[in-house]
Design a protein around this ligand. Structure first.
Ligand SMILES: [Zn+2]
Length: 660
């Protein structure tokens, strides 16, 4: 847990104008700064950054928050990651509560080592990149694969020369342990017991693997000769772990936002080839099955995750595994697709043979998670027989058990039950207990005390580090012109930000005690269903999130027999407070992160700004319609003119209080 006092100090030390300014072009406007909102597409600036308040606020889409919130939303970092990133910019060290002196010393040593290793990998990456130009063989290989210089540069591709110790020309001390620890050099002994050292990567096309922040943490490498193995990765090092990292995350982040989806493929060459065809939103697992950590990264990046597999038996097995890993994360908001390529094809060969549009069509036609779950469950079963249906229902039950309790799970259960001619209960989804045991993620919405989750979050809390060649704003400083081009092209369509009223409701269900103090003017701006939800919560004073959530689940259960149709959630036009409660109780990464970290100040800020934003929007709408009616040829009565002036004054006042 990061102490609140440190967050406060950090937010005082960091200049949000400078931070946001490194991603968004800002212009001074009065005492604030404004620019085009990075969170929604717009032509005239409604995005404002306040230097005095150290906040950003968008009058267009309602995005708002502190420097920490900006990094979380914009780069998709978790709360601890965002804090670390900011601390690094401010030259501060993130303190660990309750850490013993020896723990502190150990983590300081770890941090120092990471900094040194990161310097080694960065120097090596620069060396390999320089050598690419001098290798006709490597260039020829890329040309044959249709990879242009531009894409090679975007992915920082390189070439590791032949010979045993090419890196000796880069590192003055070739004997240093850091080179071995960084996975660049192999130390072994010859027959006579004499120690010898040599470069791990020789005569290979090099694919630097970057962290989400743009640091070089490892390498993938493809042989250009006849050496085995054909593909070789960095070993597990203090910087790099294949179960925790994905290839192409940093390079693809703009395209992923624009596409609103992320594709998961197997090889780095697939990622590069897809980017070459304008499909820059792919990432690759590094020779390993998809892990839970991968999934957490992926759902931070986009709401739709598309897994792509070869059409052979190995691809089928990999897909079955990916399905199981994905189920705990499947909600109506986060969707998964499972795409199988025609036999003998990988994404690289497919896109080169058939083109980008054919692949996009293929992805669009692929079944969603619900269909894939069904086909996986009934594979090899004869549904015409009771035996076949029973076997299938056992498998459906097992897979459903991995899913969090959401409308999606209910819908899938309902449709499977119909096809298997059984009831919901025999699929383990009873009307009142739609929760699944055993999966950490699925318990999230039912956990009253979000702070309990902080131990889970600690695992992705990596030590603070300061690479020697500083990657100040998350871009590799060593690629000339990289930042410039990207800044100009950047017009991300991001993960949709919850609307102001949705945000207010998300906080309200998690902290039901707030219902009592919601101002009537704010309440009046909500939809009738949302107002009913507020009244529903107010009608049960003193109850915690967990206990209300139980009640909501039970109420939705009674609705089960009558309300839930097989036609999908869209049919439910008239949403009950209990159903709405469940919807808003669904995991919301940014908010849940703040609550898990007990950042009550930041939650309060989110709440205040959502409420003020709603009021502001309401006043603006009234002012606009009044101004319209006055402009429509009617004689403007002094009363109406002064009413308009009052409204405009209130708007100005509210805007000011929001930003200053
Ligand atoms: Zn906006």
């Amino acid at each position: 847990m990061i102490p609140q006092a440190f967050i406060d100090t950090l937010l005082q030390r960091v200049d949000i104008v400078e931070l946001v300014g490194s991603y968004v072009q800002l212009k001074k406007a009065g005492i604030n700064y404004s620019g085009l909102c990075p969170f929604h597409t717009e032509k005239s600036p409604s995005f404002t950054v306040s230097a005095s308040k150290q906040f950003y606020h968008c009058f267009g889409c309602g995005a708002h928050g502190t420097a920490v919130g900006f990094l979380m939303e914009h780069l998709g970092l978790s709360f601890p990651q965002a804090v670390e990133d900011l601390a690094r910019r401010a030259g501060l060290e993130v303190p660990q509560e309750q850490a013993s002196e020896s723990d502190k010393a150990a983590s300081a040593a770890q941090r120092d080592q990471r900094v040194r290793l990161m310097d080694c990998t960065l120097q090596a990456a620069k060396f390999y990149q320089r050598r690419l130009k001098e290798s006709p063989q490597a260039i020829d290989y890329l040309k044959r694969r249709g990879v242009t210089g531009e894409i090679a540069k975007r992915y920082h591709l390189g070439y590791s020369p032949e010979g045993w110790q090419p890196l000796q020309s880069v590192f003055a001390d070739y004997e240093q342990a850091d080179l071995v620890d960084a996975g660049l050099v192999i130390a072994s002994h010859d027959e006579s017991g004499k120690s010898k050292r040599y470069d791990r990567f020789r005569n290979r096309l090099m694919f630097p693997i970057l962290s989400a922040r743009g640091e070089v943490i490892g390498f993938g490498a493809r042989t250009l000769g006849s050496d085995e193995p054909k593909y070789l990765n960095s070993p597990e090092t203090p910087l790099f772990s294949k179960g925790q990292n994905l290839y192409g995350v940093f390079e693809g982040r703009t395209s992923i936002r624009e596409a609103g989806q992320v594709w998961v493929v197997e090889g780095y060459m697939d990622v590069v080839a897809l980017a070459q065809h304008g499909l820059g939103h792919a990432v690759a697992t590094l020779g390993t099955a998809t892990t839970e950590q991968h999934l957490r990264m992926l759902i931070r990046m986009a709401d739709q995750v598309v897994f792509m597999f070869d059409g052979d038996a190995a691809g089928q097995r990999a897909a079955a595994k990916a399905l199981e890993i994905s189920l705990p994360f499947a909600t109506p908001k986060t969707t998964f697709k499972f795409v199988f390529l025609p036999n003998q094809h990988d994404p690289d060969s497919f896109v080169r043979e058939s083109g980008a549009q054919a692949l996009l069509d293929h992805v669009a036609a692929a079944p969603p998670l619900s269909s894939f779950l069904w086909t996986q469950s009934v594979a090899d079963q004869d549904l015409a027989t009771p035996e076949g249906r029973a076997a299938a229902s056992v498998e459906v039950r097992r897979l459903l058990g991995l899913m969090p309790a959401t409308e999606l799970k209910l819908q899938i259960a309902q449709s499977c039950a119909k096809r298997l001619e059984c009831d919901l209960a025999s699929l383990g989804v009873s009307a009142s207990v739609t929760r699944s045991p055993g999966s950490a993620h699925s318990e999230r919405p039912n956990r009253g005390d979000f702070a309990n989750r902080s131990s889970a979050h600690r695992s992705d809390h990596r030590p603070n580090n300061r690479p020697a060649d500083r990657l100040t704003d998350g871009r590799p400083a060593w690629v000339p012109g990289y930042g410039q081009r990207e800044r100009m092209e950047r017009r991300p369509v991001r993960r949709p930000i919850p609307s102001l009223s949705d945000r207010l409701m998300q906080i309200l269900v998690r902290q039901p005690q707030r219902a009592g103090s919601l101002q009537p003017e704010v309440l009046a701006t909500l939809t009738p269903a949302q107002q009913a939800l507020v009244q529903w919560v107010r009608g049960q004073p003193g109850r915690s999130f967990a206990s209300l959530h139980e009640a909501a689940l039970a109420a939705a259960g009674t609705q089960d027999s009558s309300g839930w149709g097989a036609d999908g959630p869209d049919q439910q036009l008239d949403v009950s407070p209990a159903a709405l409660f469940q919807r808003y109780a669904q995991p919301e990464i940014t908010l849940d992160d703040l609550m898990a970290q007990d950042q009550s100040d930041l939650v309060q800020t989110e709440w205040d700004r959502a409420a003020s934003g709603l009021l502001l929007r309401d006043l603006q709408a009234r002012a606009t319609s009044l101004a319209k009616s006055l402009g429509a040829g009617q004689v403007a009565s002094p009363e109406r003119l002064s009413e308009l002036r009052d409204l405009q004054a209130k708007i100005a006042e509210l805007k000011q209080s929001l930003m200053q």
